[in-house]
Design a protein around this ligand. Structure first.
Ligand code: SF4
Length: 501
């Protein structure tokens, strides 16, 4: 999973450092998207006066990669940015986004998601076009095809290929070629900003607008929180299979070019990934999390009545599950208590690369509030269990500090299968719920009882009948014939690590 953002402002002075400069705004937007990826960050701007791309990117957090001087160099009236959480390719610096090319014409791109048929496409690009990959990032494959398809629509190799008819045709061909879940932003040299979202809308992408004195400025981003932070007004989401073009004068054109496929946005965006201050496909994340809490409270109520649990307090695992825990405490008329304080300067444990890193991070990041734990029967609420590492450590922590009992409530069904669309659980064997019964998971985690939501609860809470829930039910919205190869490669690359190219 990653965060992407693109801004085009025809009236901008183009100065990178001013509060109105697109690169500076992208920098600020990336800070709102930092939770989507902490491996690396990058910004690419295009300066039409100088006819050149300028880019800064590196491994690390946004504030580690950029300072005032680096942002000042990023001049131009349009810019795109990326926060990376490596779920394909290596963790090394050669795979950091955005990426640029000068052939067959200048453009740069950043994406969020995974291309599942990456290896076949690499083979095809080599066999048919003699192309050699320079990175392990699936974005590079996407860029090769994007360039090829746009060029195909040109009458001569020198013709400008950025007319919207040609863009639509190229996007339709790209959607047919790529298998996976992805959303992308691209800067075309003197051709404006283009954004698109996969045919089933698995990965999120929204558009915001800012009315300026002359032409409108636009922001395209993974989450609405980034556009709100920059003063853009949310306009709409990019639809599944849609391509959007905003030219250098601020004129926007769009079309859905991949039709006939059922939408399947990722349920995990609402459950865990997106910020609570964002809205995905018009469904506010915070409100959905409150409703997930209502559904879990209903299930807990039945167990309390049946004498299967008797909690004294409701306690969230900070921070994602807090809205659900508040609703559960209200509904069950139990006190809400914070039993762990989160150290904000330790990375989210789930998106760290190795088990060892994750375990060390859990211990460092959650500090127990002893007065709220000792002697209590705790109804502990978490958003999801992936590998079980974090959960087991937290339960250990609570019991070590005197908790009488721990009942665990999860605002998601059991995650049992791989995700091939940009969330980092490619190997089902590492998932705690894979081929284990609820009793076995309870025993592993050391909890007295475990309550999960079910798929219908997710549909009701999100208000969406069509969702990707493949990691729950093994029903993938795309072909997954290359899934095993993808998973194996992912594990190998993670083990090797990145390093300097
Ligand atoms: S498989 Fe799961 S995590 Fe992956 S896109 Fe689908 S719902 Fe999201």
């Amino acid at each position: 999973m990653c965060g992407i953002i693109g801004i085009i402002d025809p009236d901008s002075s183009g100065a990178g450092s001013t509060s109105f400069g697109p690169a500076y705004q992208v920098y600020r937007g990336l800070m709102s998207l930092q939770h989507r990826g902490q491996d690396a960050a990058g910004i690419l701007a295009y300066d039409s006066r100088l006819k050149r791309f300028v880019m800064e990117k590196d491994l690390g957090l946004v504030t580690q990669v950029f300072d005032q001087k680096t942002v000042e160099r990023l001049t131009g009236h349009m810019a795109i940015g990326h926060t990376r959480y490596a779920t394909a390719g290596t963790d090394g610096d050669r795979d950091v986004q955005p990426m640029i090319t000068g052939v067959p014409f200048g453009f740069g791109m950043a994406h969020n998601g995974n291309i599942l048929n990456y290896f076949s496409l690499v083979d095809e690009l080599a066999a048919q076009y003699g192309r050699q990959m320079l990175t392990s990032n699936d974005l590079e494959v996407m860029m090769h095809y994007w360039g090829l398809y746009l060029l195909d629509g040109a009458a001569t190799p020198n013709e400008k290929t950025f007319g919207f008819d040609n863009i639509k045709k190229a996007a339709a061909r790209l959607f047919d070629t790529l298998v996976g879940g992805y959303a992308a932003v691209t800067l075309m040299a003197d051709g404006g900003l283009i954004a698109f979202r996969d045919p089933q809308g698995i990965r999120p992408l929204g558009i915001g607008i800012k009315e300026t004195s002359a032409d409108n400025a636009y922001c395209v981003a993974s989450e609405t929180s980034a556009m709100h932070a920059l003063g853009f007004t949310y306009l709409r989401d990019v639809a599944a299979g849609e391509v959007v073009h905003i030219d250098s004068a601020g004129n926007m054109q769009s079309a859905v070019v991949a039709k006939g496929k059922a939408a399947a946005p990722c349920m995990f965006e609402w459950v865990y990934f997106s910020g609570a201050d964002s809205s995905i496909d018009k469904h506010p994340v915070y409100a959905v999390r409150l409703k997930l809490g209502e559904r879990l409270a209903e299930k807990a109520q039945a167990k309390i009545k049946a004498g299967e649990m008797a909690p004294d307090v409701v306690m969230p695992v900070p921070d994602t599950s807090r809205p659900a825990a508040i609703t559960i405490a209200d509904t069950l008329k139990l006190p809400y208590r914070e039993g762990m304080i989160k150290n904000r300067y330790v990375a989210r444990s789930f998106i760290l690369a190795t088990q060892e890193m994750r375990e060390a991070a859990v211990e460092q990041k959650l500090s127990p509030v002893l007065s709220e734990i000792e002697g209590r029967s705790i109804f502990l609420i978490d958003d999801s269990i992936v590998r079980g590492t974090t959960c087991r450590k937290i339960v250990d922590l609570l019991k070590k500090h005197g908790a009488k009992e721990v009942t665990l409530g999860i605002t998601c069904p059991p995650i049992r299968y791989a995700c091939y669309y940009g969330i980092d659980f490619p190997d089902p064997a590492t998932l705690i719920a894979h081929e284990r019964s609820i009793e076995e998971i309870e025993e592993y985690l050391g909890v007295e009882k475990l309550i999960y939501l079910d798929e219908e609860d997710l549909r009701i809470a999100t208000g969406m009948s069509e969702l990707c829930m493949a990691c729950l039910n093994n029903k993938y919205p795309t072909a997954v014939t290359e899934g095993a190869r993808f998973s194996k490669s992912r594990q190998r690359l993670r083990a090797v690590g990145g390093g300097k190219a």
